[in-house]
Design a protein around this ligand. Structure first.
Ligand code: MSP
Length: 603
């Protein structure tokens, strides 16, 4: 399999793939929290559409899990240390701490603008985070898993790393992607990465869905085979001081990955001292003075995962949403090995959900390429929901997509305005006009749907259409679940769109305006059945689109005058409610208000 296919029927494989890390080891007493993270965003420049995509994707998956009735913990945030930030701050002429405040706020604003509903916000300059990073580094140092060494070689200033012969191109030169190259000799601290290579290979061998989609797992496996050296985890302060000071050497800060990756556990309640406390060992000091710790490495037991606070164990492991550029080596190698080295068992490894890129002009949208699109501008112009919908609908998870503002407008007009908006508007108009807003099902839907599913014809084309709509809604709701469980939001959206298409075609097939003119019992009864079926399918559509289009879903419920006691609250929607027939006999719907006016004609 090289990507996703929409689910048309349930397969054993689909069920098996349902397993995801967060469901791995559910404690007997407490329902497990579904924990989802995004990467944390560099605060060297403002957010663009690529960042918006990742945030919205994680938000949509989080909302889907809440829709299933699960407790969710959604963590996102910002990566505030490092060379790039230090440089950007210097360029702007402000201290890094002040600089990151401004950019971090833009990411917070973006989340707000796009209705990204996170539960905690990671900021790597916070004390809470620094304490955990230092605790982990100290422990690994005491266990001899971190050591000091001297390195001499070619160094890429742009990528901030030493280069080896592997990085040379076929012509023997380092490619332009590395920017300026200089020869450097430097002492640094190293994490013993390579000694865990066999473990990582075994782990990937034993867990087929450690990385999703599976072609990314293959890519990771191939990269792991090539691990040869250890990981440099420090920078001398003389060169970079915007970072977390090493607890065992005040002349160095930790560099990039030990700082950034640790956020996933530091903001979830992880305690680096928990194992030591449980085994009676001296808790790790995060004292800045290296003297107080002695120079000899002591053999210390790795942190005992089971000794972690309940708050942490109840959430972990997470589903981690990341872009394809930070799978290898950052998350797939460094992160998994770091967790293994601090004592996380295999069944507590996170699952990595790897998305592709939004490109512009065929290249990854990025500040350095100068081809960024501002999500604030788009959300201001078309609305947050139109942008959320486009970002979820015009890309297949795992693959790249070319961003097009014209495509955003097209998706809005075709799906939101023509399918959902039109169906809502005409349905409510007709219910108001022909029935003064009051619904009366008039038939036993279970019977008519059962007949329909056995291939038996109802007595009229109209009633066949009604039965068809009810059975399509039921089927698509099941497939929707399967698609979402495979993280395929675009296919899940299409399940909802299918229902809307079917609803709109029922309007055409049954011509309620003709039925309304015929006062025979049969026509009036058919009209009741048609109007009820249309209202009911809108109720179901609202539930299904709620993870992607929360505001529109509330709009539909408001207009249906449904669950008004939970107005604007997320609990208003539950996947358990997609069962056909929940609108009671005699229910009175509200007045239609255009939900998605067409952009092309209205603009
Ligand atoms: N700070 C690091 C990640 C540390 S995670 C512990 C980083 N930051 S980033 O701001 O450059 O990227 C953050 C996320 O945004 C990554 O997952 C990246 O793939 C994603 N995207 C950045 N540009 C993107 C696109 N053009 N398209 C889709 N996602 C992209 O890397």
């Amino acid at each position: 399999m090289t990507g996703w296919k929409p689910v048309f029927r349930r397969t054993r494989q689909a069920r098996r793939l349902l397993y995801c890390g967060s469901l791995g080891s559910v404690s007997a007493q407490m329902p497990k929290t579904f924990f989802i993270t995004t990467a944390i965003y560099y605060t060297n420049s403002s957010p663009h559409v690529g960042h918006a995509y990742e945030m919205v994707l994680a938000d949509v998956i989080a909302r889907y899990h809440r829709l299933k009735g699960e407790k969710v913990f959604f963590l996102t945030g910002v990566d505030q240390h490092g060379q790039k930030v230090q440089q950007s701050a210097a360029k702007a002429g402000v201290p890094p701490a002040e600089f990151v405040k401004g950019i971090s706020q833009k990411f917070v604003d973006l989340a707000k603008k796009l209705d990204v509903q996170y539960d905690d916000w990671a900021e790597t300059i916070s004390d809470r985070h620094k304490k955990v990073v230092r605790g982990i580094l100290q422990r690994l140092f005491e266990e001899g898993k971190i050591y000091k060494d001297k390195q001499a070689g070619y160094y890429s200033v742009r990528q901030e790393q030493f280069l080896t012969d592997k990085e040379r191109g076929p012509d023997g030169e380092f490619g332009p992607e590395w920017g300026e190259i200089e020869f450097r000799e430097e002492e640094n601290y190293y994490f013993r990465l390579s000694q865990h290579k066999d473990w990582l290979l075994r782990y990937l061998e034993n867990r087929a869905d450690a990385v999703v989609p599976d072609f990314r797992q293959t890519e990771l496996r191939n990269a792991v085979e090539k691990i040869s050296g250890d990981l440099c985890i420090s920078r001398p302060k003389s060169r970079l001081d915007w970072g977390i000071e090493l607890p065992f050497d005040k002349d160095f800060v930790t560099y990039v990955w030990f700082d950034a990756l640790t956020n996933y556990i530091s903001f979830a309640g992880y305690d680096p001292n928990a194992g030591a406390v449980a085994t009676g060992l001296r808790p790790v000091s995060t004292d800045r003075s290296s003297e107080s710790l002695g120079t000899a490495h002591r053999a210390v037991a790795t942190t005992d995962f089971d000794a972690q606070p309940q708050e942490f164990r109840n959430k972990w492991p997470a589903l981690q949403v990341i872009g394809k550029d930070i799978l290898v080596p950052a998350h797939g190698i460094y992160w998994l090995i770091m967790l293994h080295a601090i004592g996380f068992p295999d069944d507590q490894m996170p699952q990595l959900l790897v998305h592709g890129w939004w490109n512009l002009g065929g290249a990854k949208m990025s500040k350095s390429a100068g081809n960024i699109i501002d999500p604030f501008v788009l959300a201001g112009r078309y609305g947050a929901e139109a942008l959320r919908f486009y970002l979820m609908n015009d890309i297949t998870l795992g693959r790249d997509s070319e961003f097009g503002e014209d495509r955003l407008v097209m998706h809005h007009d075709i799906y939101l305005a023509n399918s959902f908006g039109n169906l809502l508007n005409r349905t409510l108009n007709m219910i108001q006009k022909y029935r003064e807003g009051r619904l009366a099902p008039s038939i036993d839907f279970r019977k008519i749907v059962a007949m329909h599913e056995q291939g038996l014809e109802a007595e009229s084309v109209e009633m066949n259409g009604v039965a068809n709509l009810a059975s399509v809604a039921g089927r698509q709701a099941i497939l929707y679940r399967d698609n979402f469980d495979l993280f395929a939001a675009n296919y899940a959206l299409h399940n909802a769109i299918e229902i809307a298409v079917c609803g709109n075609s029922l309007v055409e097939v049954s011509s309620p305006w003709k039925l309304a003119k015929d006062m025979s019992d049969e026509s009036q009864c058919t009209l009741d059945a048609v109007l009820y079926a249309l209202a009911e399918c809108l109720r179901i559509i609202a539930i299904l689109i709620s993870p992607v289009l929360p505001k529109a879903a509330h709009g539909i419920f408001d207009q249906l005058n449904w669950k008004m006691e939970l107005s604007a609250k997320e609990e208003r929607f539950s996947l358990a409610d997609v069962e056909w027939g929940r609108l009671p006999d005699g229910h009175v719907v509200g007045k239609p208000v255009p939900l998605f006016p067409r952009i092309e004609t209205s603009g």
